[in-house]
Ligand binder design. Structure first.
Ligand code: PSV
Ligand code: MN
Ligand code: MN
Length: 395
């Protein structure tokens, strides 16, 4: 039996170890292919995104970095880096992962790095190199690659040749990385391509990472799996292979819905976090926790803070699993006791512990309520409301 103070000590240690990156595109107006519902408080400039991210960090204390999408946030490439450095200081938010954009240009109709045209492949590769340079300039460790490449109809593309083109491009990108940089390879089973996708699952991503080089690792976006796939088992394999680079967290009901984390299945995230806790502090250092959500209907600030707080609670719940006791029960195949031990942690109401942790660190105990009281959303809605919102049309 653990004493109350040792539970609190472990809990606070777990909370101290947890940070999560927020995406710039989570503050902008996004939508579905059927349209967008514009929100007056949505950010349409880079400064507004930094301001929003800074506010989320101020209220939660655990989101010191913001992921940037090159085309949406640095339309002029490297020359925008100086502005970003000023904004970082002004709003107390550092640049996080750098996301190349290989999916919006008209030329990518038949693919980017896997396009049959050598010229278009070259253009996509040049964009990757630019993204590596931007990351280096901004001191970002991770370049987070997702590409939409694939095809819609059988027989219309050579899947085989496209593997070879991809392997080559990634190896050449790896050669441009600084020693402290990493290339995160994200997979997704379908959408926008509906017949074949060039990096469709974790096996393909893992192969590509191994083939590419030691600084290439896999990114798991929780929304990028078929229904009923065991994501924590995939995470376990990647940890075992030392190939897990990070996560894009979001929740889903059907496909890549990008709903707020834990809104549909919080137990799923708990089970993933349990595997990270099992792997120890080194695995944690190498695992980038990032949010990849766009809030179509919920208020953007509210949704982001709700997500961050939910992630924090689930991280703590997973930390509460008595892993030693669980290992013994697993060895003796005591099914009910082991499952109940696991579920007990999940069902523990950790919110009082998190509130206490926040209080001791001078943070608001209830960040969502603090956001409301601050009047921030009302103010930005007034200030930004008149402007036409920026377009980030695909998420
Ligand atoms: C693609 O669905 C994706 O998950 C990639 O990570 C993109 O960078 C992101 O969404 C854009 O929202
Ligand atoms: Mn993603
Ligand atoms: Mn996605």
């Amino acid at each position: 039996m653990h004493s109350v103070s040792s539970i609190q000590e472990n809990a606070f240690q777990a909370l101290d170890s947890f940070q999560i990156e927020i995406p710039s595109w989570g503050f902008a107006n996004t939508g579905t292919r059927f349209g967008k519902f514009l929100q007056p408080a949505a950010a349409s400039t880079l400064e507004e995104k930094f301001s929003d991210a800074g506010m989320v960090h101020k209220l939660t204390g655990i989101t010191p970095t913001m992921a940037l999408h090159v085309l949406w946030d640095l339309p002029n490439g490297l020359s925008d880096a100086a502005t970003i450095k000023t904004l970082e200081k002004q709003y107390n938010i550092a640049s996080g992962s750098i996301n190349p954009n290989l999916f919006q240009d008209q030329e990518y109709k038949f693919g980017s790095l896997c396009n049959p045209s050598a010229e278009i492949r070259g253009k996509a590769f040049a964009h990757l190199l630019d993204s590596v340079a931007i990351a280096r300039e901004l001191g970002s460790r991770d370049i987070s690659l997702w590409m939409p490449d694939g095809s819609n109809y059988p027989g219309t593309q050579s899947m085989r040749r496209r593997i070879e083109w991809l392997e080559e491009a990634l190896q050449r990108t790896h050669a441009a990385l600084a020693p402290n940089q990493r290339l995160l390879i994200e997979y997704k089973p379908f959408e926008p391509a509906f017949y074949h996708t060039d990096i469709a699952d974790w096996g393909m991503a893992a192969h590509l990472a191994m083939h590419t080089g030691p600084q290439a690792v896999v990114l798991v976006d929780t929304g990028h799996h078929y229904a009923a796939q065991n994501i924590e088992q995939i995470v376990t394999w990647l940890l075992h292979l030392n190939l897990l680079g990070g996560f894009h967290f979001n929740d889903r009901r059907y496909a890549d819905d990008d709903l707020t984390l834990g809104s549909i299945d919080p137990y799923q995230i708990f089970r993933i976090f349990h595997e990270i806790h099992l792997s120890g502090p080194k695995a944690l250092l190498q695992t980038a926790f990032m949010i990849d959500q766009s809030h179509n209907l919920k208020g953007k600030m509210e949704a982001m803070i709700q997500t961050v707080a939910t992630a924090q609670e689930l991280w703590l719940k997973a930390a509460l699993v008595d892993r030693e006791a669980l290992a013994k029960l697993q060895t003796s195949c005591d099914l009910i006791s082991s499952e109940e031990l696991f579920r007990d942690a999940f069902w523990t109401d950790v919110r009082p512990l998190v509130r206490e942790w926040r209080r001791l660190r001078g943070l608001p105990e209830d960040p969502l309520a603090a956001l409301k009281e601050s009047g921030y959303v009302d103010r930005i809605a007034r200030e930004r409301g008149g402007k036409l919102a920026a377009v980030s049309s695909y998420a």
